[in-house]
Design a protein around this ligand. Sequence first.
Ligand SMILES: Nc1ncnc2c1ncn2[C@@H]1O[C@H](COP(=O)(O)OP(=O)(O)O)[C@@H](O)[C@H]1O
Ligand SMILES: [Mg+2]
Length: 393
Amino acid sequence: MPRTTGTYRPTTIAGRAVEAFIPAPLPLKDPALDLGGTRETLLTEAQASLERLSLVGRLVPSIEWFIYGFVRKEALISSQIEGTQATLEDVLEFEATERSDRPDDVEEVCNYVAALTYARRELSSAGGLPVSTRLLCEAHKLLMKGARGGNKDPGHLRKVQNWIGGRSADTIRFVPPPPDALVDAMHELDRWIHSEDPTHPLVKAGLAHVQFETIHPFLDGNGRIGRLLIALLLEHWGLLDQPLLYISAAIRRDQSEYYQRLSAVRTEGDWEGWTEFFLRCVRSAADDGVSVTTQISALVSDDRKRLARLPGSTLAAVQLFDMLPEHPVVTGPLVMKLMDTSAPTARRSIDILQRADILVETTGKLRDRAFTYRRYVKALTGEDSGDVADDVS
Ligand SMILES: Nc1ncnc2c1ncn2[C@@H]1O[C@H](COP(=O)(O)OP(=O)(O)O)[C@@H](O)[C@H]1O
Ligand SMILES: [Mg+2]
């Protein structure tokens, strides 16, 4: 017996009669979500993988290194799912140089980092906003700041009817709720998130994502805010104490299945199929996170030893090295600022790290040069992990 997934309401797009879909509020009932069989196994495995990720996060010398890198990785890939052309090195280089000519693609990724940072701070501070429509609107405002997002009504629920599909009305695949239904639909979602629904919180985070995407409350940025919501819920429900899960990597790997699973919830009520997909993504992203964390820890520890043994190495060079995981791209002026030191000392420390084969000059210029901890960035992006599947989308 298929579930009632929601109701349809006639409306028009570009003069064409269409049916807008209003999802039934959660919790799922008639029947309730079936978490037996494969899903039970997947849930156990995904939880175990998340716990391992939390644990390695506690065992590494500095969790800050990983938070810095993993948050940027998630920001980048979530934006890549939506078509950004930026690379991780572009983003890191921009953060080091703060050039005024920031490309729009890089701006989007930096905005995502700002939105996540803001939302986490709200959630962890005493008078801060809870996980709520208001919080997501504020995050949306930050995400849409600047060149590309300015005309996307930043921070507000949309006031017009939108659709998913191509640009022309012929290619409509799905028409989300009409604007006058958004406040209620989002209110129901907020209420359910904070309700006593006994469904496992990891599964709940996945259900919340689908519901959010189906409501599609913003003019743009729904995919990114909806994936950010997953990160916030995992922390809010204590499944992970730091934002170490870059789930977008796993979603991007199976992007067409992602879209198809989202649609099947609406068209067939197939929440079980979605839940399997989501739990597989969580498991795979967490396992990948564990493996990258281990690799980076080993890399940093090897490089540090080599640096200490390098003839002519200095204490300042080692101190600079210890800052690299949080500043994988540096410039002369940045090093002066970070180390509160003179230009010659900064210069000498960078030289030593270049000789130790740790930093590589990446601009090819004589002035305004930037130096990248290349092997670290490669390990972070997965280029060196042998995990080729990560880059196939
Ligand atoms: N068939 C679908 N049903 C529900 N949501 C979908 C469907 N197809 C895509 N989506 C969601 O819509 C997002 C794209 O919406 P958009 O507002 O452009 O977000 P962004 O600008 O962050 O890409 C996708 O990333 C996905 O999360
Ligand atoms: Mg978009």
